[in-house]
Design a protein. Structure first.
Length: 133
C-alpha cells in the first residue's frame, strides 16, 4: 500500500480575526521507501495564489522561468527549495535550500512568511494508512 497524504488548510488570524482569502496549506506524505525523503510542502496562499512556499521530497525539479536578473533565473532547482514572489511573477521562482528535516523547513517557512505563534510541525506518528481489523 502507498502511504496516503495528509493535507491541512488553516486560515490565519490578524488582530484575533480571520483574514478572508489568506491561508496556510500543508502537505505531508511519508515515503514508502527508506532513504527517500518524505514529501513536504508548505504554502502561504492569498486569494488563490501561492505567495511563498517550501517544497521538499519530490522527484521533479523546478525551472525558474521568472526572476530575470536574479541568481537562479532559468536554472533548474532541486529540492528542497523556497518559492518567493519576484517582480516579473508572483509565483514560479524558487531558490535552493539546504536539506533539512521537515520541522526545520516549517520553521523557515514561518520565518519567511512572518507568521508568529504557529504550532510546531509534527509528522503523523504512524505510517499506518488503513485501519486493520
Amino acid at each position: 500500500h502507498w502511504p496516503k497524504p495528509h493535507i491541512l488548510r488553516n486560515s490565519l488570524l490578524m488582530n484575533n480575526a480571520s483574514v478572508e482569502g489568506l491561508f496556510v496549506d500543508c502537505y505531508f506524505k511519508r515515503s514508502p521507501n527508506a532513504g527517500i525523503s518524505d514529501k513536504v510542502s508548505f504554502s502561504l496562499i492569498c486569494n488563490d495564489q501561492r505567495i511563498i512556499g517550501i517544497d521538499d521530497g519530490k522527484t521533479s525539479a523546478h525551472r525558474n522561468h521568472v526572476g530575470i536578473g536574479l541568481p537562479y533565473h532559468m536554472q533548474v532547482i532541486n529540492h528542497p527549495h523556497l518559492h518567493i514572489p519576484v517582480p516579473d511573477g508572483i509565483s514560479g521562482y524558487a531558490a535552493p535550500l539546504e536539506p533539512a528535516p521537515a520541522a526545520q523547513l516549517w520553521t523557515r517557512f514561518l520565518s519567511e512568511c512572518n507568521i508568529k505563534h504557529a504550532p510546531d510541525f509534527e509528522t503523523p506518528e504512524s505510517a499506518q494508512t488503513e485501519l486493520l481489523l
